[in-house]
Design a protein around this ligand. Sequence first.
Ligand code: SF4
Ligand code: SF4
Length: 450
Amino acid sequence: MSHTFKGGVHPNYMKAPEVPVTVIAPPSQVVIPMIQHIGAPCQPLVKVGDYVKMYQKIGENPVPVSAPVHSSVSGKVIAVEPRPHPLGDMIMSVVIENDFQDTPELMPPLTEEQLKDPEAILERIREAGVVGMGGAMFPTAVKIRGGIGKVDKLIINGAECEPYLNGDHLTMLNFPTQLLKGIELVRIANCVEKAYYGIEVNKQDAINLLNSLNPAQYGIEIVPEEVKYPQGGEKMQVKAVTGREVKPGGLPSGVGCNVVSTRTCYAIYQACYEGKSVIERIVTYGGSALKGPVNGLTRVGTPFKHIAEQCGGFVKTPRKIVLGGPMMGICATSFDAPTVKGTAGVLFFTEEEDRHVENPTCIRCGKCITVCPMNLEPVFMYMYYSKGDYENMEKYHVMDCFECGSCSFNCPARMPLTHAFKTAKIMFQVKMAKEKAKAEAEAAAKEAKK
Ligand code: SF4
Ligand code: SF4
């Protein structure tokens, strides 16, 4: 049986898992943003002059949808102020002068009993600041809690279908037992009997290694998947592993599924077995501005400028910094911005890797439609976008676009389709927020008149 989905593309994968993981030397100052997740920003728990330890919690927000942040070094807090964030904007951050001692503050590992208790695991996941480390950055404890009782199939996402990125593959190869134990914890927290680990077959070495460790003892089945982009999309994983279709506008939990990323499971292992909060991850650095690809174990809060130096500097002038992979990644605006928990890759692209063309013209070939995994019609969505006709864009389900980039990739005219849909979705969200605020104000006014 071929485990895959309809549509999709085959980009040049440019992966280099054979490049061993190197440690990116921590910088003399780390910049820890108070937003590294979807949800309410954290409030700093430390002030200038405080001494902090590695893994120590330095920011949190008690509301349900948030995730605490922790220090990735030991040292002295030298600033608490807005700093450039990788996603743009200036965001409140804690700047720590590294004392290079790595003095740790670990949480006690969970006991044997707690390792079997969903509530204890979920509490630890929250406390350790675990978020969706595939890039979504949604607080993992909130996601799991929301699915308990509704979810009967837990899917672990091992596709890593984005070109360049190797962090998941290398986690499978370097930490296979820890990873399986992490998946077991996610399975227990989700209150399900079995987890299905979907891995694309371009990682056959990892599939063989994990299978050799008897994953069934942890309640895990490895599901080999066809190599196709965007196999790692949550809805594609659900389809490939279970055959279930997530309805337009729906979530995997609506069809009884929860999808958790590989790196998130490993972070959960570290939190529960080793008492470590999320302060580092394997990040792939690539793009032709660099001498060669680097798979670097990187502390959260390391500025891109420092990373480029650690990777041997530039061999060509970078034109743009892409965070994530080239298909779904977004452009960073500052070399001073730091890596965060959700940073899986940083690509330093030159002019040659820029697909932008001036005044592209659609030739009505329909190639964008054939590859859309969501069965959308990008050519028409774009036509309405250029006319500013948002009503018709909505009718063509632009809100179901998850910005995978397959249509743009397959477009011979290089129409900026995905960029247009990203923009349109933001405008819709703003419009909906305004309408909601207006309706609430009218309701409040009516109430006041009574
Ligand atoms: S329309 Fe959206 S979901 Fe469909 S291929 Fe394009 S970017 Fe992907
Ligand atoms: S693939 Fe590009 S050129 Fe072809 S129909 Fe779609 S938008 Fe037009």
